[in-house]
Design a protein around this ligand. Structure first.
Ligand SMILES: Nc1nc2c(ncn2[C@@H]2O[C@H](COP(=O)(O)OP(=O)(O)O)[C@@H](O)[C@H]2O)c(=O)[nH]1
Ligand SMILES: [Mg+2]
Length: 219
């Protein structure tokens, strides 16, 4: 269904280790670009201070998550750091029907699954690397959201997340937030032009051909 050329939007999958800045980048891009929406995942992780149900995530209990798996509500789901995270199929299809581009903040497992799903013709993937391990560690400490044990665990996980960098189409080093943000928006513009070939141009080319016919018959 999604393979039909009716969807104008593309899907931007962004992955990175925790603390490399992908969530902040995604939020800021969505805030500044009306046509770009965020895929709000469902998670069994408890909300952090300041997080609001339905904004950062839909927070649910494990039982409810399992029921949603059973009811095939997810395009993909994965266990990350001992919690479950899933991408909602209905939400994505509604946004695509509205002509939106959608950003996914998912780990490498989610990236692989979305790339291999029925949505794959619409996917562009971006991996964000930290400029150094020291910066990554500092960012995890400074955001004051996790206890020491969690920070240590995230540093360990970061290494295995980074090992998947080459599975992504675009790789960026986050040494300058605004620059990386601009570059992601540029990628979206460019990828949309590429996909227009398939999606919008057949109709436009027939319109031009009709105008040629009209021009010829009038001259
Ligand atoms: N596969 C998958 N991963 C997700 C989803 N939502 C969030 N994640 C990833 O889960 C990881 C943990 O996210 P979170 O608990 O918010 O902590 P963060 O690492 O500080 O962003 C991050 O790598 C997210 O990109 C999802 O729906 N599916
Ligand atoms: Mg995040």
């Amino acid at each position: 269904m999604v393979n039909q050329p009716k969807f104008k939007g593309i899907l931007i999958v962004i992955s990175s280790p925790s603390g490399a800045g992908k969530t902040s980048l995604a939020n800021s891009i969505v805030e500044e670009n009306e046509n770009i929406s965020f895929s709000t995942s469902v998670t069994t992780r408890p909300p952090r201070d300041g997080e609001k149900n339905g904004r950062e995530y839909h927070f649910v209990e494990k039982d409810q998550f399992n029921l949603m798996i059973k009811n095939k509500r997810f395009i993909e789901y994965a266990e990350v750091f001992g919690n479950y995270y899933g991408t909602l199929k209905d939400q994505i299809e509604n946004l695509l029907n509205d002509g939106k581009d959608i950003i996914f903040d998912v780990d490498w497992q989610g990236g692989t699954k979305i790339r291999n799903s029925y949505l794959s013709p619409l996917v562009v993937s971006v991996f964000i690397l930290p400029p150094s391990i020291k910066t990554l560690h500092e960012r995890l400490l400074n955001r004051n959201k996790d206890d020491d044990r969690t920070v240590k665990l995230r540093m360990k996980e970061a290494r295995s997340e980074i090992s998947h960098w080459s599975e992504y189409q675009y790789i960026m080093i986050n040494d300058n937030f605004d620059k990386v943000k601009k570059n992601i928006v540029k990628i979206i513009e460019i990828e949309k032009m590429r996909r227009n070939k398939r999606i919008l141009l057949p109709d436009f080319i027939s319109k031009l051909n009709n105008e040629f016919e009209e021009f010829i018959s009038n001259s």
